[in-house]
Design a protein around this ligand. Sequence first.
Ligand SMILES: NC(=O)c1ccc[n+]([C@@H]2O[C@H](COP(=O)([O-])OP(=O)(O)OC[C@H]3O[C@@H](n4cnc5c(N)ncnc54)[C@H](OP(=O)(O)O)[C@@H]3O)[C@@H](O)[C@H]2O)c1
Length: 286
Amino acid sequence: MSILVTGATGKTGRHIVRELLSAKEKVRIMTRHPENVGPQPGLTVVKGDLTAPETLSEALDGVDTAFLFPVLPAIGPFAEAARAAGVRRVVLFTGAWAAGHTARDLGSWVLPRYRAAEDALAGSGLAEWTVLRPAPFATNALWWAASVRDEGVVRLPYPDAVCPVIHEADIAAAVVATLLGDGYHGTRLTLTGPALVSQAEQVAAIGEAIGRPLHIEEIPAQRWRADAERFLRPGIADDLLREWAETAKDPSTALPLLSTVTELTGRPARTFTQWATDHTADFTAA
Ligand SMILES: NC(=O)c1ccc[n+]([C@@H]2O[C@H](COP(=O)([O-])OP(=O)(O)OC[C@H]3O[C@@H](n4cnc5c(N)ncnc54)[C@H](OP(=O)(O)O)[C@@H]3O)[C@@H](O)[C@H]2O)c1
């Protein structure tokens, strides 16, 4: 039997695939662009689209366990198709806002959307399901890559905003732990990084990693929001701005630090300094 990984070509998914292959698992990945994936021992590549349920049957063939990438409207139909195809276990990630750890998160735009997707998985009749809810990803700092490379500048509002951002390799390690381990059925677990890090500290860590001091240009929230519409849904941009405004003013309102990554993986979560070191090429290559 194989483990199906969706979102496998993405920033988090590629770590999931790497870890599963190192554990000698048979891995099947589903992508909309199989022509972009090179052959690897133990890996089967299948063409499919989460938003087109008719493309899922080939991906689910011979699959016992699956990681489901959060294309939200597709969660229910995928879970139904997986159950019908005899899949036993599905692991999904959504986001920490779904947990409602803070009053701000309870009123967020994204919470009901994440919860509806999680509930569609939970109600699908699958024998086993698990939801992981990662904190904002350290990879969000890649939004700054072009201006860092070109100008040595990061333009952002609320440089003092803090968050326990999480390394995508830790999200992947937690996904792999729940794909392969027992005892997580019916659980929804929030994942955080090891420390609260401000946006200014993130910029400094990137500068340190690439050996180039970086300048922060503080911009008004509304200018950031207008720019962010190129890559974020407006509701998520508003949720982020609210979080940044509140945590910049009062860091005690940030998402609490949790030890879930260590409990699942047996290792402490990676620091943002580690993330910056792992991503120097993103901030230096042309
Ligand atoms: N950024 C945050 O702070 C944060 C926090 C919580 C949750 N999240 C969630 O995490 C996601 C980003 O994760 P990431 O950075 O690992 O992803 P990513 O690098 O943006 O990669 C996206 C992946 O999703 C696949 N995909 C997208 N649409 C698909 C579809 N219709 N059918 C099949 N595959 C599809 C892509 O596969 P192909 O292109 O190969 O088909 C690709 O592998 C966000 O979308 C969000 O839902 C983000």
